[in-house]
Design a protein around this ligand. Structure first.
Ligand code: DSN
Length: 414
């Protein structure tokens, strides 16, 4: 029997997604096939363990699905099974990162990651997160110009000698130089862990340099630019020099950390949806999609600059843009709220060296993965920049702008 109340709420959310311009940099709209895999009977099954090593009977098909997801994951990132292994069971990005630390560190050992206020992630060692509570953490930032300073990161690493260096971000709009990170990690005998969650789709499509030639471990969520279900994967480098130094079988340590270390049964419907999204990400059309994400972000940046918005690092190389509103009479929270009234969905975000609090910071973060999934291109992006300008600078009535937003959305159905 259907719960009408719930059905109604889901319908309202469908309507909201259809009628708004979503610029949340970490979100995406999945394909119908991904949704179908997620909504399948695979959710009924318990499968603790790994393919051909399960604790319950009845896993013959689930084994094939999990191995298919693993095979597709390696293929999507052009990896060979003899060099890399992949665990597709983490429930999401935070548990994936937790599993890596659990596998490679003892409590109290040192992680060095990008600070949250500079665009890092909670799980990269921020003080209120488990990563900042159970481990010693050192945080690096960006320069005043918004770019990573590899010289400073190297100095800090040499002084602090972390056991893991995390490269990766949630609000960094420039290419990350994994080669430089790897050289630093080697110099101090640290593992290089790359959290490529935000840029995974761009990496798969070859529009952002790959971390795989340099990293010991790569984690990623599957629901951002990769356009899959909520979920995550951990890739481990069988050739990791540092793992050999510590005499660790990195693959087995990470598998054991995921299960039985931290999780119970994998979400098999999610694993199947990951296999589907990786199948999609290996198609030539996905490369075009990822290229368009970046073109759209660059166009948005260019137009916003023409409207005199100040952008962190003055632009973007990837899918996202950080606007610094510090010189305007609107805070990040107010901007988010005004834009939402107009039907443009963004998130407030701290900017590097922010003087305001994370609850009402000086910035907003914009991303182009969702609008690109809907088929929007440069022309629509230019219009979106104009609408943002009219809401935030010209202070036009957002409910009037909302009519224009709905018109654009109607042309790009989901
Ligand atoms: N919440 C994600 C983001 O918005 O970047 C990170 O986990």
């Amino acid at each position: 029997m259907k719960d009408k109340i719930l059905e109604n709420l889901i319908e309202k959310e469908v309507k909201r997604q259809k009628e708004t311009i979503n610029l949340i940099a970490s979100e995406n709209f999945v394909s119908k096939d991904v949704l179908e895999a997620l909504g399948s009977v695979l959710t009924n099954k318990y499968s603790e363990g790994y393919p051909e090593k399960r604790y319950y009977a009845g896993n013959e098909i689930i084994d094939q699905i999990e191995m298919l997801a693993q095979e597709r994951a390696l293929k999507a990132f052009k990896l060979k099974a003899k060099n890399w292994s992949v665990n597709v069971q983490p429930y999401s990005g935070s548990p994936a990162n937790m599993a890596v630390y659990y596998a490679l560190l003892k409590p109290g050992e040192k992680i060095m990651g990008m600070g949250l206020p500079f665009g890092g992630h909670l799980t990269h060692g921020w003080k209120v997160n488990f990563s900042g509570r159970f481990y010693k953490t050192i945080q690096y930032g960006v320069q005043k110009n918004g770019y990573l300073d590899y010289g400073e990161i190297r100095k800090l690493a040499k002084k602090e000698r972390p056991k893991i260096i995390v490269a990766g971000a949630t609000a960094y709009s420039r290419i990350i130089d994994f080669k430089k990170f790897s050289a630093i990690a080697k110099e101090v005998n640290a593992y290089l862990m790359v959290d490529m969650a935000h840029i995974a789709g761009l990496v798969a499509a070859g529009v952002h340099p790959s971390p795989f030639p340099y990293a010991d471990v790569v984690t990623t969520t599957t629901h951002k630019t990769l356009r899959g279900p909520r979920g995550a994967m951990i890739f481990s480098n069988r050739e990791s020099r540092i793992a050999k130094h510590y005499k660790i079988d990195i693959t087995s340590a990470i598998d054991k950390a995921v299960f039985p270390g931290l999780q119970g049964g994998p979400h098999n419907n999610q694993t199947a949806a990951i296999a589907q999204c990786l199948f999609e990400a290996s198609q030539p059309s996905f490369k075009k999609y990822a290229e368009q994400i970046v073109k759209n972000a660059k166009t948005l940046a260019k137009k916003l600059r023409e409207y005199d918005f100040q952008l962190i690092s003055d632009g973007t190389d990837n899918h996202l843009i950080l606007i610094n509103l510090a010189d305007l009479d609107v805070s990040g929270r107010q901007a988010q709220s005004q834009l939402e009234k107009a039907g443009i969905v963004v998130n407030k975000n701290t900017v590097p060296y922010d003087n305001r609090s994370p609850f009402d910071p000086s910035g907003i973060r914009l991303g182009t993965p969702v609008i690109t999934s809907r088929g929007m291109k440069e022309k629509e992006v230019e219009k979106i920049a104009e609408l943002i300008y009219r809401v935030l600078i010209k202070k036009e009535n957002p409910t009037i702008i909302n009519r224009e937003v709905k018109k654009i959305c109607n042309k790009f159905p989901i």
